[in-house]
Design a protein. Structure first.
Length: 151
């Protein structure tokens, strides 16, 4: 197993390399860790999601077969990240407020509740945007117009 001193960051993933293996780790705010393991010599990879920030806890999911194509592996990895980001908090994870500047993809659906939009980001962090009544009305009108144009 790779120790917890992950030496590199690649596209938001922690990366550790060891003897023909690249192990990528993405820790989500809900205490789920997604691991992508690429065996460089064999040219195969796996995706796993586990409870626990180090990725050592209970396994939530694992790819059934090894991927032989890096593009397919990463497509699957991002699907697992998006799925895992929408799971509830696990074992001691705590919700935290977002930084004032957030630049990250949104995972899954947007929750709408009386003037508030809540987005779950691929990191698992939730961001809520509170709208004034006038902004809610503007957004509603814009969505109606877009709905008519797209129909």
């Amino acid at each position: 197993m790779v120790d917890d001193a992950w030496p590199e960051m690649v596209d938001g993933w922690e990366l550790a390399r060891s003897q023909g293996r690249e192990t990528y780790r993405k820790r989500l705010a809900n205490n789920v860790t997604v691991l992508v393991i690429w065996e460089t010599v064999a040219g195969v990879g796996r995706v796993k999601a586990r409870v626990g920030s180090a990725g050592l806890g209970r396994e939530l999911t694992c790819s059934r077969a090894d991927f032989r194509d890096r593009e397919a592996l990463w497509s699957a990895a991002w699907c697992v990240v998006e799925m895992a980001a929408n799971l509830p908090l696990f074992e001691g994870a705590v919700e935290s407020s977002a930084d004032s500047l957030v630049r990250e993809r949104v995972a899954g659906c947007v929750e709408v509740d009386a003037g508030a939009l809540t987005f779950t980001l691929v990191s698992g962090q939730k961001v809520t945007v509170l709208l004034a009544d006038e902004q809610v009305a503007d957004l509603s009108r814009a969505l109606q117009v877009a709905g008519r144009v797209g129909a």
